[in-house]
Design a protein around this ligand. Structure first.
Ligand SMILES: [Fe+2]
Ligand SMILES: [Fe+2]
Length: 193
């Protein structure tokens, strides 16, 4: 799925379902961070008009996802907790190339975003197929479709804007790195936990 090397053990969804308040809180903040990430990319790369337009739409969509999640939290009588740390995303961030040319760093930021979208999409799929809560199963199915389209957008921008990066080769490196990294996860009621 989306080139991912390792698929999530469906039993992770059962762990997630034991603490819906926690997974929903963590999920809400994932959406907020996705919006912030799109806004940073816009700010730092404003010379690319197409990117500014498409990432504005994505930032808005991610905040709409945030709104949907906080609505569910409210409807169910849960409380939105404080922002959760996302260790998985922090590890991915360490893998991004910060030296080299401006273009190299830019392309890697796009691949970083594509990677998170791909894994989030896969996790939403696992939730939609395995949790017993029908309302949430449908919700996660709809989000899965949306995150898959974001994944494609980020990867396509990397291909379009590259000057000195072999995107297919670098994307393969990302997939291999993530495939190893994700082996330590899948045990916690967090979207990337
Ligand atoms: Fe989202
Ligand atoms: Fe997304």
């Amino acid at each position: 799925m989306l080139g991912l090397r390792l698929l999530t053990d469906p039993r992770w969804a059962n762990i997630a379902e034991t603490n819906l308040e926690e997974i929903l809180t963590d999920h809400a903040w994932c959406e907020q961070k996705a919006a912030s990430n799109a806004i940073s990319l816009i700010t730092q790369n404003s010379e690319h008009q197409d990117l500014v337009h498409e990432l504005t739409a994505i930032a808005i969509e991610e905040m709409q996802h945030f709104q949907l999640v906080i609505d569910i939290i409210k409807q169910r009588g849960y409380t939105l907790g404080r922002e959760r740390k996302d260790d998985y995303v922090n590890q991915l961030m360490k893998f991004t190339k910060k030296d080299g040319s401006r273009n190299t760093a830019f392309i890697d930021r796009l691949l970083f975003a594509a990677m998170i979208e791909a894994r989030s999409c896969e996790r939403f799929r696992v939730l939609s197929q395995n949790i017993k809560d029908k309302e949430l199963a449908k919700f996660y199915h709809d989000l899965m479709v949306s995150e898959a389209s974001h994944y494609t957008t980020f990867l396509n921008f990397a291909r379009r804007y590259t000057i000195d990066v072999d995107v297919d080769r670098r994307w393969k490196e990302w997939l291999i790195f993530e495939g190893e990294l994700i082996k330590s996860y899948g045990k916690k009621e967090h979207i990337h936990g």
